[in-house]
Design a protein around this ligand. Structure first.
Ligand code: SF4
Ligand code: SF4
Length: 136
């Protein structure tokens, strides 16, 4: 693999709090095993209960949060996250996911959906790599 895009150019990002990534994208919200205790505790559940009630596995075996009938994340209310302090690592890491920020194509394509991309301060490669550790 060549030099990742975030090392070739300084990437800017500042969340605009539009809520689109938690609602209208209807995507998978990946959950790592280490995300589960905090989420379960915030809901007053045992980890095993949380897994059964709030997560599903996809065909590839990846675990993710269930969605509401309208396709929004189960924890999205009025375009805001109701579990913000314990949200999954994938949510903390966004938009510094491998498939997004390692190539120019991925970054520019995602910028069409996420208005925070290209705004705000520059993120250093070290900061981005710390986020990548949490990303799917
Ligand atoms: S789509 Fe981008 S700007 Fe909008 S809430 Fe999500 S991260 Fe923030
Ligand atoms: S857990 Fe919170 S931040 Fe993550 S997708 Fe759901 S509502 Fe959005």
């Amino acid at each position: 693999m060549g030099t990742p895009y975030y090392r070739k150019t300084a990437l800017r990002f500042e969340c605009q709090r539009c809520g689109a990534c938690c609602s209208t994208w209807h995507g998978n919200v990946y959950v790592r095993p280490e995300d589960i205790p905090g989420l379960a505790s915030a809901l007053g559940l045992l980890p095993e209960q949380f897994i059964v009630e709030y997560t599903r596995r996809d065909l590839l075996g990846h675990r993710h949060l269930i969605l509401k009938e309208n396709g929004h994340c189960i924890f999205c209310e009025d375009d805001a996250c109701t579990v913000n302090s314990v949200k999954p690592g994938a949510c903390f890491a966004w938009p510094f996911w491998r498939k997004v920020c390692t190539t120019r194509r991925g970054w520019e394509r995602t910028a069409k959906r996420c208005p925070g991309i290209g705004k705000g301060r520059k993120w250093s490669p070290e900061e981005i790599e710390a986020r990548l550790m949490l990303s799917p």
